[in-house]
Design a protein around this ligand. Structure first.
Ligand SMILES: NC(=O)c1ccc[n+]([C@@H]2O[C@H](COP(=O)([O-])OP(=O)(O)OC[C@H]3O[C@@H](n4cnc5c(N)ncnc54)[C@H](O)[C@@H]3O)[C@@H](O)[C@H]2O)c1
Length: 275
């Protein structure tokens, strides 16, 4: 499969991985609709990419707006080949500090946002007889570390949705990929802290190295699309963590408990809440 001439829509395209996906898609010859709840950020991504990129404000929590964005691409280009459900948020910190509003917000963006993308794009792709849905999940969708508990819940949902849909979509000509990176160098590492949690420290210590490059990840994603992979896990070390979690869940849990104890000790001497 080549990406040249393909029609793509990316959510959360104003920053980080979404912006990198847009750059990689245009570099591969695809045409991309860059969307984000932050219209200026989406426009900023598209403005550097020439005529192959357009932009629009799109809040993925608004199902009708997601449907309208998909319809707009189809009206203009005649089809949608690639749907990247990428927008996401994180809350990091002790779970007893999360408000119900924060729980609802992360469910709305990370789960319902992906559901809205699938509900808009999948029936269309079934009618077309082809298409590729790429859901940005996370290593948090394959393993379960504490203090990002609400995030882990949402990303497990995205992995489950992606793998189950993949198994029934194949016979309809539609492909599905779950993207599961560990820490990637994007602004999300510095967002969503509750009660002294420092995402950058947490994720980098969990990963045992520096964050993966977003543009490199985007190229990996497009290669996984071309090869029709079910799951993309990056970096390589994350494969070992994934295997460890599956083969020795009890031991993994004890390692996670010790990790959280270390993190709490650091957080106790750290900054106040950024909320
Ligand atoms: N950076 C990492 O370490 C990492 C690792 C694994 C998975 N992820 C996932 O990658 C995806 C992209 O995250 P990122 O790291 O690029 O973060 P980011 O914060 O740089 O970008 C996220 C983008 O999503 C947008 N967004 C937030 N709420 C939205 C909404 N309701 N509708 C539309 N857009 C919205 C933001 O405006 C932002 O531009 C997320 O799903 C995240 O969970 C990130």
């Amino acid at each position: 499969m080549t990406l040249r001439g393909k029609q793509a829509l990316v959510t959360g395209a104003g920053s980080g991985i979404g912006a990198a996906l847009c750059r990689a898609l245009v570099a591969a010859g695809a045409e991309v609709m860059c969307t984000d709840v932050d219209a200026a950020a989406a426009e900023n991504t598209a403005s550097t990419l020439g005529p192959g990129a357009r932009s629009a404000r799109l809040d993925v929590t608004d199902a009708a707006a997601v449907q309208a964005a998909v319809d707009e691409v189809v009206q203009r280009a005649g089809r949608l080949d690639l749907m990247f459900n990428n927008a996401g948020i994180v809350w990091g910190g002790d779970t007893e500090l999360l408000t119900l509003e924060q729980w609802n917000a992360i469910i709305d963006v990370n789960i319902r946002g992906v559901v809205h993308g699938v509900a808009a794009a999948y029936p269309l792709m079934v009618r077309q007889g082809h298409g590729h849905i790429v859901n940005t999940a996370s290593m948090a969708g394959l393993t379960a570390a504490g203090q990002v508990t609400s995030y882990v819940m949402t990303k497990h949902a995205v992995v489950g949705l992606s793998l189950a849909l993949r198994s029934e979509a194949a016979a309809r000509g539609v492909r599905v990929l779950a993207v599961c990176p560990a820490a990637v160098e994007t602004p999300i590492l510095d967002k969503g802290s509750v009660g002294g949690f420092v995402g950058r420290d947490y994720f980098l210590q969990a990963q045992g190295g520096k964050p993966y490059d977003a543009d490199r990840l985007a190229r990996d994603v497009l290669r996984a699309v071309e090869r029709d992979k079910p799951i993309l896990v990056k970096p390589r070390i994350a494969h070992a963590q994934w295997w460890f979690a599956r083969l020795a869940p009890g031991l993994m849990n004890r390692v996670s408990m010790r990790f959280i104890a270390d993190q709490r000790a650091k957080q106790a001497q750290s900054r106040p809440s950024t909320l």
